[in-house]
Design a protein around this ligand. Structure first.
Ligand SMILES: CC(C)(COP(=O)(O)OP(=O)(O)OC[C@H]1O[C@@H](n2cnc3c(N)ncnc32)[C@H](O)[C@@H]1OP(=O)(O)O)[C@@H](O)C(=O)NCCC(=O)NCCS
Length: 178
């Protein structure tokens, strides 16, 4: 039987896990950003951060925010290497889409690394414009309509011991007890 994947909105107790996964993937693994991937959206209190657990381990994250006039944006989708190909990424994207729809959004944008375009297409997204650079890497603008998207309940994580072992020797390593 496959291990369960669960997603939930980040609170102050789990913000460090969200940021640590992003740092591990975008700064240390991919080198997309140098030193940090934190930007102004992380200082906006309306930004929603999401974590996913694969079994009892923190496995991935995504971030979403309201651009106004019904448009939402999702970014910083990252699954730790040890948990890839376990449906964590798909679960995070569906959860982010459902969260934006539940907040009244009508469409959601993403700027997608070209290697991941078919991953998003399989989740109902479509290309929306020309490929362009983001931090020097080619990214494809993509969009999904939010009309009719059903809500997804946040996972109950209050009794979980969430371990971030997969971060390994990184300075970002931490242990979170939710
Ligand atoms: C891209 C990423 C989020 C995918 O997450 P994941 O948890 O490994 O993907 P999932 O297991 O949910 O994949 C769901 C399906 O999409 C497929 N898939 C995964 N990555 C894919 C890709 N890059 N291209 C095409 N298909 C892909 C899987 O094989 C799976 O197919 P299946 O339903 O037939 O089994 C993950 O590889 C990652 O974090 N990469 C590094 C950071 C990154 O690139 N972030 C996205 C920036 S745009």
């Amino acid at each position: 039987m496959s291990t369960a994947v669960a997603c939930w909105d980040v609170d102050t107790a789990t913000t460090s896990s969200h940021l640590a996964i992003r740092h591990r993937v975008f700064v240390e693994e991919q080198g997309v950003m140098v030193l940090t991937d934190i930007d102004a959206w992380d200082r906006d209190i309306t930004t929603i951060n999401v974590l996913a657990a694969h079994g009892r381990e923190v496995a991935g994250t995504v971030r979403l925010y309201d651009l106004g006039e019904g448009r939402w944006k999702g970014d910083r989708l990252a699954v730790l290497p040890a948990h890839r190909a376990s449906m964590v990424g798909a679960c995070l994207v569906r959860y982010a889409v459902a969260t934006a729809a539940a907040a009244g959004g009508t469409s959601m944008d993403a700027s997608v690394q070209v290697a991941n375009v078919s991953f998003f297409e399989r989740l109902g997204w479509r290309c929306d414009g020309e490929v362009g650079p983001y931090f020097g890497l080619p990214h494809q603008p993509m969009v999904i309509d939010l009309e009719g998207v059903a809500p997804i309940a946040s996972a109950p994580v209050s009794d979980a011991v969430l371990r971030l072992d997969s971060v390994g020797t990184s300075r970002s390593s931490l242990l979170v007890t939710a």
